[in-house]
Design a protein. Structure first.
Length: 64
């Protein structure tokens, strides 16, 4: 598996676990929006870390 596939798989697993855990709690709409924003921020920051420290092949794919 290349870096892009690992990142996408990791993001899907993390999102599934995050929303699975949140579904056990009775959250209001505002709380869901805040938790979704937090998850989005975490995924975006991890994307930036992988892009900045990843291999040159990964960086070339991002530039296309």
């Amino acid at each position: 598996m290349n870096t892009i596939q690992v990142f996408v798989l990791w993001a899907v697993i993390l999102s599934s676990v995050f929303f699975g855990v949140l579904s056990f709690f009775n959250l209001s709409t505002i709380e869901w929006i805040v938790s979704d924003a937090i998850l989005g921020s975490v995924l975006y920051l991890s994307y930036l870390l992988i892009a900045s420290f990843g291999s040159n092949k990964f960086k070339q794919v991002l530039q296309k």
